[in-house]
Ligand binder design. Structure first.
Ligand code: SF4
Length: 498
């Protein structure tokens, strides 16, 4: 998944007639503007995927022409944050209220078709820790999106909101942009209300799947000369390789280019789905005591094999103190499979981290049960949360978790022995050790295979050529928990992570 900076998201919104705060864009090497909106103005560095820009000095208010020249030069130069694509100059507004609006893709489930989810809160702007209590969620069909009347009806639920009509018209156009450009996430924060009741997008960002971009829109999504692989960190390049080998689902990972504030807790994140990402941003966006080391999104039905490989990258980040994993609470990915991937990564990574894990979606209870069984065997403390717990409750625990030093229990070492059967499922190999399973009955590992790919015929393991391995890790998990480690899986990880 890739991210669009604000100025390119604005192009999409403008095309769908979403009202925006007025702005002038200055790209690197371009002349500074001779005419400007009335001072003061805001300068905003345009960096794909950047969040909490205000907190990090990438949004600056300037009052004079001199300040403008000086700050434009700084923001257009390479800094801790990397290289901005451009700087957007927007006028200062006298806002009556600031709201939050987001759209995200919900990949659906066996029972429910994929759709979109509209999120709206009366608590907008940065520093919005209290937003969870006022968040309105509205699921919508991508084929038959809601009209402004339907949205208005939902908005009536929100106490104290006065601009129902204007906001619902705005949200209707926002949904139309989200669907029209097949976005994964579209966020407007803040959505500003002017004194005359007009609503405008003050800041916005979007995330998208590269393969979903239409030819006609290539110039907005992939403008020539922007972002080459040279701009990627070593670990980001590893994730690109993982995605190239295994394009199923979303595997997005981007490291924070900024320097953590002194004393801030450095958190590695695995956020599942646009919802997980938004929830985390909403919870920690204003905090200077928590520094998010990376953005991430693993979602869209990716296999546990791929989740494990991306988790190994996330855990390999230098100076990370704690891992936080949270889904949106309605993940398409089976949470038991995801938990198997997390367990494997925590026991096999050379740099495991104390972990806070919030599972939400299919088999979330089984996911938590898994950690109840294995938590005590890991070299780091692990705490799990159900989907009903909002991430700000996890943040309350994060400091204590980080303070807990690594446990002294023995690191996991796989049992010795020679596998007799090796099944290649790129990028993995499944090894079977028959001497560890001498009984006639079917081993738990084979029984756990949900697709029937592994079979047990006359006391021997075989593979059903008609069935498929979906990379769920259930066979290895059952072998370790209920069998005798008769099946182990080796998943290829680029050297830099190992
Ligand atoms: S062999 Fe079966 S249980 Fe094992 S990873 Fe493949 S599908 Fe899952």
């Amino acid at each position: 998944m890739s991210a669009l900076p604000e100025y390119r998201t604005r192009i999409l919104l403008e095309r769908e007639n979403v009202p925006l705060v007025k702005g002038i864009l200055i790209k690197i090497g371009e002349d500074h503007p001779s005419t400007l909106p009335r001072m003061p103005v805001y300068l905003k560095a345009q960096i794909p995927g950047a969040t909490s820009r205000k907190k990090h000095g990438l949004v600056r208010k300037v009052d004079t022409r001199e300040e403008l020249e000086e700050n434009l030069n700084i923001l257009l130069s390479k800094g801790d944050w990397g290289q901005a694509e451009a700087v957007l100059i927007t006028e200062g507004l006298d806002l009556k209220a600031e709201y939050y609006a987001g759209c995200m893709l919900d990949f659906g489930s066996r029972e429910e078709l994929p759709g979109g989810v509209l999120l709206f809160s009366k608590e907008g702007g940065s520093g919005v820790e209290g937003r969870s209590g006022t968040l309105l969620k509205m699921r919508f069909s991508l084929l038959h999106p809601p009209g402004s009347d339907d949205i208005e009806k939902e908005l009536q639920e929100l106490e104290g909101l006065k601009e129902h009509k204007a906001v619902s018209e705005f949200l209707k156009s926002m949904i139309s942009t989200f669907i029209g450009y097949k976005l994964i996430v579209l966020e407007i924060n803040p959505l500003g209300v002017l004194c005359d009741g007009t609503v405008v997008a003050v800041d916005c960002r979007a995330e998208f799947e590269n393969s979903a971009v239409r030819k006609a829109d290539m110039d907005v999504f992939f403008p020539p000369g922007i972002r080459s692989s040279k701009d990627l960190t070593e670990l980001e390049q590893v994730v690109e390789l993982i995605n190239r080998d295994d394009p199923s689902g979303t595997g997005f990972f981007r490291q924070n280019r900024e320097t953590p504030p002194e004393g801030a807790l450095r958190v590695a994140t695995n956020l599942c789905g646009g919802g997980g990402k938004m929830l985390w941003e909403m919870t920690t966006g204003s905090r200077t005591d928590i520094f998010t080391l990376n953005e991430s999104d693993t979602s869209g039905g990716l296999s546990a094999f791929k989740s494990y490989r991306i988790l190994m990258v996330i855990l390999a980040q230098k100076n990370a103190q704690v891992l936080l994993l949270t889904g949106s609470g309605m993940a398409f990915q089976n949470q038991h499979h995801l938990a198997a991937a997390v367990w494997k990564a925590l026991r096999e990574s050379p740099t495991p981290l104390p972990s806070l894990l919030r599972f939400g979606g299919t088999d979330e209870d089984k996911a938590r049960e898994l950690f109840e069984r294995v938590g005590g065997t890991l070299p780091v403390p692990v705490k799990t949360y159900p989907a009903v717990i909002f991430p700000n409750a996890m943040v309350d625990d994060i400091m204590d978790m980080a303070r807990e030093t690594a446990k002294t229990c023995k690191r996991y070492t796989p049992p010795e022995g020679e596998p007799v059967i090796t099944v290649e499922i790129p990028p993995g190999k499944i090894y079977f050790y028959p001497e560890r399973w001498q009984k006639d009955e079917i081993p738990p590992s084979v029984e756990a295979c949900p697709t029937g790919f592994l079979k047990w015929d006359e006391s021997a393991l075989s593979m059903d050529p008609e069935a498929r391995c979906i990379g769920c890790l259930m066979c290895e998990t059952a072998a370790l928990l209920d069998g005798n480690s008769e099946i182990l899986i080796d998943l290829e990880i680029p050297e830099v992570v190992d």
